[in-house]
Design a protein around this ligand. Structure first.
Ligand SMILES: [Zn+2]
Length: 320
């Protein structure tokens, strides 16, 4: 009824590297693998390469390449069931033909050098989406969290945004601090996303967005990918039982009331967060869509939330 889903943020590569499990085989560990993704109706996923603190800054590039290598080997072993998506046409073809599309995302720019050689080479590798920071400072910007000193983008950070705009790499402001967020809004010429963040009005944590920020993202043609992490849905929630599907629906409602249904999608944070009990893994996604349908979202709205809003942003930003 609503068609394939594009998920704006998942951390399964980290889980593959750290547990040794095989993405192509159904597991009872983690939140997503290919069989569970397909059962849940996922057609494509932004796949984050995340580097833990202990590898920063000196090992960031090596660890990033290790993650990319793990992902490319997984795709190769899928014998055509998965593809690394490099262009809009390829993404559309994957969704049409039921091939699982993988969009390569770096969650933090620490692997990138000040001359942007790694940025350009990463583009050649297929990287199409970049978060300037994870929740820590780097040479480009500051993340949210205890190390946030309230500074915006550095000069290099502004140059990085410009270089991404020129190459056709999507900028993701989830994890960026507020000052950096507003600097990106000012200096980016393309739609920008918060790939996995929710609403501060409903759950006041730094990783979520103020109403003002949601309006600014919408004005630039971007979107918010709704994060299923319990602690970003309901203040103080820690356990899967603390949050209901209706809490996710409430965050979507809030964005739709503020800026309309064209500026919200999903950014699950599968394999990087604590999922609600009713949405224990990717295979349970239809439950969320059914909850939205019960709430009154019609087929047109569900298609936008599942896929078309992400597709609109990608078409506007990517250069191929
Ligand atoms: Zn994250």
């Amino acid at each position: 009824m609503w068609g394939p889903i594009i998920d704006g943020h998942t951390d399964y590569v980290l889980s593959l590297l750290e547990t040794g499990r095989d993405f192509l085989v159904e597991s009872d560990r983690g939140h997503v693998d290919l069989p569970r993704a397909q059962r849940g109706g996922l057609g494509a996923m932004f796949t984050a390469i995340f580097v833990r603190d202990e590898y920063h800054p000196n090992q960031a590039l090596a660890r990033t390449l290790r993650g990319v290598d793990c992902l490319l080997r997984t795709i190769k072993a899928s014998h055509g069931a998965m593809e690394l998506v490099r262009s809009v046409a390829q993404l559309e073809a994957c969704l049409d033909r039921g091939i699982f599309g993988v969009i390569l995302h770096y969650e933090g720019a620490e692997a990138i050098d000040p001359e942007f050689a790694v940025l350009r080479l990463s583009y050649q590798l297929g990287m199409r989406s970049l978060g300037l920071t994870w929740s820590r400072p780097n040479i480009f910007a500051e993340g949210v969290g205890p190390q946030d000193r309230g500074r915006g983008l550095t000069g290099l950070g502004r140059a990085l945004v410009q270089a991404c705009d020129e190459l056709g790499i999507l900028i993701d402001v989830s994890h960026l601090n507020d000052a950096g967020f507003w600097d990106v809004m000012e200096c980016s010429t393309k739609p920008v996303v918060a790939s996995h963040s929710n609403c501060r009005a409903l759950c006041p944590v730094a990783r979520n967005l103020s109403d003002e920020q949601i309006r600014a993202l919408a004005e630039k043609g971007g979107l918010v990918g709704i994060n299923f992490h319990v602690g970003f849905l309901r203040a103080g929630a820690e356990r899967p039982e603390d949050v209901r599907l209706d809490d996710i629906v409430a965050h979507i409602d809030h964005i739709v009331e503020l800026v309309g249904v064209d500026h919200v999608g999903f950014g699950s944070d599968f394999d990087g967060a604590t999922m609600p009990a009713e949405l224990a893994d990717a295979a349970h996604l239809p439950r969320l869509l059914e909850a939205l349908a019960r709430r009154g979202y019609d087929e047109t709205a569900l298609r936008k939330i599942c896929r078309e809003n992400w597709l609109r942003v990608i078409r506007a930003v990517w250069c191929e």
